[in-house]
Design a protein around this ligand. Sequence first.
Ligand code: HEM
Ligand SMILES: CC(C)=CCC/C(C)=C/CC/C(C)=C/COP(=O)(O)OP(=O)(O)O
Length: 310
Amino acid sequence: MKTFINIKATDGMWTHAVAHWRDYLEITKPKVVLLLVFTALVGMALAVPTWLPLQETVFGLLGIGLASSSAAAINHVIDQRTDAIMKRTENRPLPQGALNTRQCLTFALLLCGIAMAMLVLLVNTLTAVLTFCSLIGYAIVYTVYLKRATPQNIVIGGAAGAMPPVLGWAAVTGEVNAYALLLFLIVFIWTPPHFWALAIHRRDDYAKVDIPMLPVTHGIPFTRIQIFLYTILLVIITIFPYLVRMSGPLYLAGALILGAMFLYHAWKLFDDTATKQPMRTFVFSINYLMWLFGIMLVDHYVPQVLRLFN
Ligand code: HEM
Ligand SMILES: CC(C)=CCC/C(C)=C/CC/C(C)=C/COP(=O)(O)OP(=O)(O)O
């Protein structure tokens, strides 16, 4: 009898999981996680002079990806009330009633458990501990506290999202050094222009739910100045991988071209008549980071590939 009931319960879980797989996927913020995992891969690649170790690379990336997905799912649970009121987020699975709190939390805990087991058993403890701290930093410190407390929320909270290159570095070397922190710094300084461009476009949404994002508390003109200043800082910081000889001239050229484009997008925000510019700048910021880390990866492997032919 007991077995019969258990089989029925498992059956119900599977039917639910199959019917709602798109909703579960959505609460993991898959596109964000993909870019996070890519920055982790670049962190791994730059950490070792030769080819990457297979086990640490594969399970490191999977662990970091699953932990980030778990953090994103917890963020959906905690934000469900405000998400229901904001236009951009009202159609998410929780506000729509497609999933409930218990289902999302069970899913998040499962992802977190798998991620931690993978990292501890198949990668190393340092990576597991740092990944867990990043998960707590985003899902709890940022979402529960910072987001509602201060307009510097995303500046401080951005530290969690900037961790993946460091996590990748730790996964393949078992340690963290100043080069890894330089990659962290790039994503950390990139985050405010990335998010504030979107926040300008969505200012009224955030005002409606009393979330103190910079354009709500300090106004749009002040936010534009901050975006521009952070972008200048970003351009300067992205030169450092070349200066410390972590990357070569190919990277430098790419970083300068991309930096000039980002500055142009940040400058265009000052034009009041360009109503579509905030979203253009936001979308560009995502492409910027993808290309910047992409060029870093290519720059790292070009000499190795050339050596193969010599
Ligand atoms: C505290 C830090 C961050 C904040 C507050 C933030 C905020 C946001 C928000 C609100 C969106 C949603 C836009 C929408 O729904 O249309 C978004 C999209 C996105 N973010 Fe961020 N972000 C942060 C850090 C990061 C990091 C570190 C990465 C990757 C390295 C990243 C990559 C992306 C990507 C790829 C998208 C597009 C997602 C899509 O189109 O579905 N973000 N970000
Ligand atoms: C383990 C690890 C590396 C964890 C970090 C994980 C992570 C998903 C970072 C991304 C940051 C992000 C998308 C913030 C937006 O949250 P929001 O609540 O401001 O945006 P929303 O309104 O779209 O939900």
